[in-house]
Write a protein that binds this ligand. Sequence first.
Ligand SMILES: NC(=O)C1=CN([C@@H]2O[C@H](COP(=O)(O)OP(=O)(O)OC[C@H]3O[C@@H](n4cnc5c(N)ncnc54)[C@H](O)[C@@H]3O)[C@@H](O)[C@H]2O)C=CC1
Ligand SMILES: O=C([O-])CC(=O)C(=O)O
Length: 261
Amino acid sequence: MIRVTVLGLGAAGLPVALALQAGQVPGMMLHSVAASTIGRAQAKLPDVSAHLAQDIDAMGDLVVECLPPAAFAAVVGPIVQSGRDVLVASVGGLLNAPEVAAYAGQGRIFLPSGALGGLDGVRAIAASGNAQMRLASEKPVAGFEQSAYLTAKGIVLADLTTRTCLFSGPAREGVRLFPKNVNVVAALSLAGIGADDTQLELWADPDATTNQHKVTAIGPAAHFEALTINLPDPQNPRTSALTGFSLIAALRNIAAPIRFA
Ligand SMILES: NC(=O)C1=CN([C@@H]2O[C@H](COP(=O)(O)OP(=O)(O)OC[C@H]3O[C@@H](n4cnc5c(N)ncnc54)[C@H](O)[C@@H]3O)[C@@H](O)[C@H]2O)C=CC1
Ligand SMILES: O=C([O-])CC(=O)C(=O)O
C-alpha cells in the first residue's frame, strides 16, 4: 500500500482525503493530513493522524499538496528533496518558484489536469512541433480578488457590471499576477509549449455561474478546442469542484498497473 499524506483540507484537499479514507483509491491509503493548525485538521478528520505541513518526517510515501499558492514553495521543495513523491494542486507554484522543480528527481512531481480538460491532446499536439496554444478562462467576479495589478488597470471588481477582460498576455505573466486563478494555464503550459509561448485571456463576468476554460491548440497534425464548464466549489468559488476529482483520478492512475501516460 502507498501511504498518502494530504496537505491542505480545503476545496481540493478535503475530497481527496475523504476518498482515500473511504478506500476509493486502490493501492493507496490515507496516512496523515495537515491543515493550517493541527486542531483544524483534527476537527475535519478526527480519525486521521494530523501534523503541520512542515513536519516531513510525519509524512507518508506520497504527498498531495492542496495548499494556498503562497505556501507552495517553502513546503513542497523540502518534501521533494526528502525523496517523497508529490502530486501538486498548485501547479502555478512550479512556474513561480522554479527552484522547486529543480528538486524533481529526488522525489517525483506529478501534475494533475485539475479544472481543465484536454491535456492529453495538448501533449500530443506539442509533440508534433510548431504548435500554438491558448487558454481563455472566465469566472464569476466572486472567483477573483482585488489586486494591485487590477487597481492599476482601473478595474474594481466590486463595481463590475459587464463581462470584463482582466488580463491578456503570456501565461507566465498571468500565473504570476493571478496565482489563485490560473493553475490551469500553468498546467496547459507545462503539458504543451511552455509558459512564454502559451497565451492567456482571463475574464470576469458578473452574470456567470460557472468557471469556464477553453483551450485552443493548433498543430500541423490536428487542431482542437476543449471547453470545460465547471461548477465552482460551494465553499471556495475560486476553485472548480472538478479539481479534487482530478486529484483522485491522478492518484488512481499513479497506483494502477495499467495507466494512462
Ligand atoms: N490545478 C488546478 O486546476 C487548480 C488548482 N488550484 C490550486 O490548488 C490549491 C488548493 O486550492 P483550494 O483547495 O481551492 O484552496 P482552499 O483555500 O480551499 O484550501 C487550502 C487549505 O489549506 C489550508 N492551509 C493554509 N495554510 C496551510 C498550511 N501552512 N499548512 C496546511 N494547510 C494550510 C487552508 O486553511 C485551507 O483549508 C491552490 O493553490 C489553488 O490555487 C485550485 C483550482 C484548480
Ligand atoms: O478552479 C478553476 O476553475 C481554475 C483555478 O482556480 C485555477 O486554475 O487556479
